[in-house]
Design a protein around this ligand. Sequence first.
Ligand code: ADP
Ligand code: ZN
Ligand code: ZN
Length: 699
Amino acid sequence: MSGQLPPKKEREAIVRIALDVPRAAHLDAVEPADLTFDYRTSIVASPGQRVIVPWGRRELVGLVVAEVQQSSLAEERIRPIVALLDDVSALSPAWFQLVRFAAQYYQRPLGEVALPALPSLLRRPSGYRLSEGAYRSRSMTGLQKKLKALLPGEACAGEPAPILSAEQASAAEVICSVVTDEGRFAPYLLHGVTGSGKTEVYLAAIAAALARGRQVLVLVPEINLTPQLEQVFRARFASAVVAILNSGMADGARAVNWLAAHEGQADILLGTRMAVLASLPRLGLIIVDEEHDPSFKQQEGLRYSARDLAVVRAQQAAIPIVLGSATPSLESWSQALRGRYVKLVLAKRAQEDARLPAIRLIDTRRAKLEHGFSEPLRTAIAARLERGEQSLVFLNRRGYAPVLSCPACTWISDCRRCSAHAVFHRPDGLMHCHHCGWSARVPRACPECGNQDLAPLGRGTQRVEETLANWFPQARLARIDRDSTRRQGSAQTMFEAVHAGEVDILVGTQMVAKGHDFRNLTLVGVVDADTALFSQDFRAGERLFANLMQVAGRAGRADKPGEVLIQTRFPHHELFTALVAHDFERFAQQQLAERKGAGLPPFAHHALLRAEATSLAQALGFLEQARSCALARAEEFGITVYDAVPMALMRLANLERAQLLIESSARPALQAFLAQWMAQLHALHSRLAWHVEVDPLDI
Ligand code: ADP
Ligand code: ZN
Ligand code: ZN
């Protein structure tokens, strides 16, 4: 990083540069599908370097993709780049390979994938000034200083590892042997029951990678799981540099941590899904914890699966990857069954006296419910209070009541902008739409008939909390859901309070179900498990099983036995019988048999075309056009084209939405079809918003 002028070329070269610009703006570009554009330069610009280029009357930061011999643009139309930015090392070919794969696989332009993968501070041309012959930005200079501060002082010894159980030791040994013997892609599925000590297996593998001077990428599904793991890493690997990446970080912090990974200083990068696209020059091992979690799927922009990209990344880099879960996704599970992933099993809880909790079903067709609670559940909570143990009451629905209704007429609290109910929230007295964010004051009287007694129907976490507060006024209650944790850091504080024993009863949504190792929690109560049971979504059962298994897994993790009470009207449902037996394998087998029979993933591959418009007819009209294009080539590519249909949540924020499903039994066929279909879709020049989603989770 010198302050000198970069070497000049004899002759000007043409370089192709990836930019993140809206598509419609560049109809005459060389490779519009890619969002790469040609510029000329007299200085040496190598692939992976950042540049500032003119764009209309603005300037943008772009990434050099390659030098090209010829451009399809007329010579006088090729503009010169403004500046080459050499304050950060160039992105490597390996990183480009990953980003290029993501762009191709998910059918997005390269520029739209590559640039957003960089922290925003590195994408902003505004701060840069020419000084001493080079472009420098003050904020970047500040970052470089902060980066130095991230490095640990003197090396010191970390905490020792516990003695591994036999299961842990043999799993760790298998993975470590590959970490050490470099240059091989090796995917592992670590199937470990809750509390089986998967973390120790990860730590053993990480230690092996660090010992070889390699970087480790650790992905977790949720931001609130990072602090706990970060502490573990810092304690165990005291001399390693741990960098963190997630969407909750401020721009500066994100840039520093990204740079630490990119410049090779960070040894461990711990992050949520976005971290999968970080630049890691010494990468030697990837770990995806809770690999089944739907949060690994990005639901907007580049709709990618971080878990799937992690596997691709491991393959490209020829390194091992560990996918860990107590309830693996059926996709990963079937890969293991087919021998593509090596399955490693931890069947017992790690701590000697810890047992899996006893799961009991409470038949709510028989048991009388009071405020949503059966007598056995209420009694069980009371018993925990008496013994000074913690209880967790799980309900995957936030708010006070999912809907307000008028008992005198047919009025219900609908969102004004969506085809959905607005949820009643008691603390602020508002009705909130959980889909679009619309909210309104609860009317004093029914807007239709004037009746003054509007009734809340059903219950959410706020109402459950209220009931418990009435019954157990002396208990210390905490509710953890997205509403109670909006302030930055508040989730962390609340979880710490639970860990510190300052909470007797914890009420929460799936936010509390994952990952946390509560030591004194011996009861988990599930208020209502049935909503997902008969959903149209073919993945609903898989998700419910995973959620219940996860939340059940919070009970009895230490020496005291745990108990799980699940209220359901369908105690004989096969999902519950497998759950009570802690039998994931049986559940997976049932599900896979059903999926196979119905020709659903993982036995088929999906892509969705979604369109939204002010009228449903418009959206469907576009999809019909797209459908005829698809039908014309269906046989050739071996794909099935379904009917264009309105989405389950048809109206969202005043837009009507519809979708078209494409299915194929082979991924390459689907990919080949999509590549040419995308060109056709763009050629339709439709003005409505549409996108294609590959491997959608919700269809
Ligand atoms: P999982 O992620 O598989 O649910 P954790 O990794 O959180 O489980 O481990 C569960 C508990 O068991 C933790 O408190 C952990 O410290 C403890 N533990 C893990 N391995 C061992 C071991 N070998 N000996 C003693 N305790 C262990
Ligand atoms: Zn009314
Ligand atoms: Zn809405």
